[in-house]
Design a protein around this ligand. Sequence first.
Ligand code: FES
Length: 166
Amino acid sequence: MALATALRRLSDARLRRLCGRTAAGLTAGARLPAQRSFTAGTHALRSDDKVTVHFVNRDGDKITVKGSPGDSLLDVVINEDLDFDGYGACEGTLACSTCHLIFDEDTYKKLGAVTDEELDMLDLAYGLTDTSRLGCQICLSKSLDGIMARIPESVADIRQSTDGSV
Ligand code: FES
């Protein structure tokens, strides 16, 4: 229980630093799964304020969705209920590397700086490339409109012990 609380605090601190908000301040539906709720917002973003994201899943299928500026790519996957097996297992607390995504080089250059914590976790990701990032650490902005993110063939959840427990 203490570990879960510590991870949530870490997640909040990282979100605040990366996207300028906390889990409590996320838009409805963008909250962590255990905290999801429905609200009737009166200030919904216009559709032209949204950011288009293309994902290529493990079967090679292209899935196009929209997210809001400030959302992480993990938020987009959760909000759009995308079925990427095992994706985002630690809910953005930088503890699993299952949110590993691969980008083309031009997109990669637009994603912003990589923190040491993300690099440490990326080192443990399955199928690491020179243009790999963690989806929970990438915040959408209009400049990223139309980006393409490829889901690797497999995931490595470093929290898994050899007996399969988390
Ligand atoms: S969701 Fe676990 S590191 Fe990103």
